[in-house]
Design a protein around this ligand. Sequence first.
Ligand SMILES: [Cu+2]
Length: 153
Amino acid sequence: MRKSLIQIAAAIALTLGAILALASGANASSVMVMKAYARASATATADTGAAYVSLMVHGGPDRLLAVSTPAAKMAALHRTVEDNGVMKMEHVDAIDVPASGMLEMKPGGYHIMLMGLTAPLKEGGEIDLTLTFEKAGEVKVKAKVGGVAAGTN
Ligand SMILES: [Cu+2]
């Protein structure tokens, strides 16, 4: 009897500790991925590709710092911008997501640039992406490979 009371007390102490730990990380965040897809390669010799994720940050704010994938030698965060009527891509160091906010990557906007594809991306396939956030840490995502123009139709 006495022993079980001590065990209960210990369990309560552990629970309180966990609650305090959560409360102290007031700006912690977790990420919920809603959509993830990549575009199929248009040719068998394609060396680059693009992937897109849509996600929600619970808590936060947070920042997406990096992406990696076994499907390519390198993955980078890019944004398509219009410069004097010409669409071009630029590298971004990080993407800020506001507290309880959303990040929606799409063709013509933010995207994940895949450079040095290990194999052409085939429609119907799937690639693994690891997103690294400043607060939420690593988030693993599976992206479905859609058509060559996936995301615009
Ligand atoms: Cu790009």
